[in-house]
Design a protein around this ligand. Structure first.
Ligand SMILES: Cc1cc2nc3c(=O)[nH]c(=O)nc-3n(C[C@H](O)[C@H](O)[C@H](O)COP(=O)(O)O)c2cc1C
Length: 200
């Protein structure tokens, strides 16, 4: 499996990345060597809405986001990791998603091909508080991003209440990640070359 983690947490060993470790363990040997993009290090700017780009090659912001987007498009399974920050995804992850405007504007010119075809996406998200619907804004932004990339969004796994109980001790979160891994594994099996009839 060609998977990629996009880490929108400032903590490399925080709740979200711990959940990511569980997910990769659950996915097994096929997920070894999964690339990690740390957005707090990457420092990608938000889209300026200048309307110049017309695709991945034309962005006026030469900060590497277009290359990272290409890598993300090339992955079979793209996993966003984020804390809840003021009810939504973290700012660096929202900034990266905003750069998908390159895909929108490329699509206007080249049709769906500009945004890639296929692949699946998933979200791992944690929040310090615990209240109904607390992950909905994050889920909606992630769903919009994966839709823009023409990917199937397989849903999210969540850890709430991390202010009181870290994800590491949260059994519900562990089970949620396990269920997400099962959905990803089933998706990968369904879309393997043998299933789709594609020659290797
Ligand atoms: C700037 C900031 C904003 C936050 N906003 C929220 C929030 O709106 N709701 C919430 O439940 N937790 C909020 N939190 C807490 C984090 O979501 C929580 O600590 C999370 O588990 C951290 O994940 P990480 O260890 O992967 O970074 C916020 C934390 C920070 C630093």
């Amino acid at each position: 499996m060609n998977a990629m983690l996009v880490n929108g947490s400032p903590h490399r060993s925080g709740n979200g990345m711990l959940m990511a470790g569980w997910l990769l363990d659950d996915l097994g040997p096929g997920a070894r060597g999964t690339a990690v993009l740390d957005l707090y290090d990457a420092g990608f700017a938000a889209c300026r809405g200048c309307r110049v780009c017309g695709g991945l090659d034309g962005c006026v912001l030469r900060d590497g986001a277009a290359g990272a987007m290409r890598e993300a498009l090339a992955s079979d399974c793209l996993i966003f990791v984020s804390p809840v920050h003021f009810s939504s995804l973290s700012a660096p992850l929202v900034a990266f998603v905003s750069r998908m405007q390159m895909l929108w504007r490329g699509r206007e010119q080249d049709g769906r091909a500009a945004a890639g075809e296929g692949g699946c996406g998933a979200l791992l998200v944690s929040g310090g508080a615990s209240y109904p619907g607390m992950f909905e804004p994050s889920r909606k932004v992630a769903a919009a991003a994966f839709r823009t990339m023409n990917r199937e969004f397989l849903g999210m796994a969540c850890a709430s209440g991390t202010d009181d109980v870290p994800a590491a001790e949260n059994r519900d979160a562990r089970d949620d990640v396990r269920r997400l891994a099962e959905r990803i594994a089933a998706w990968v099996a369904d879309h393997s070359p043998a299933q789709t009839g594609t020659r290797p």
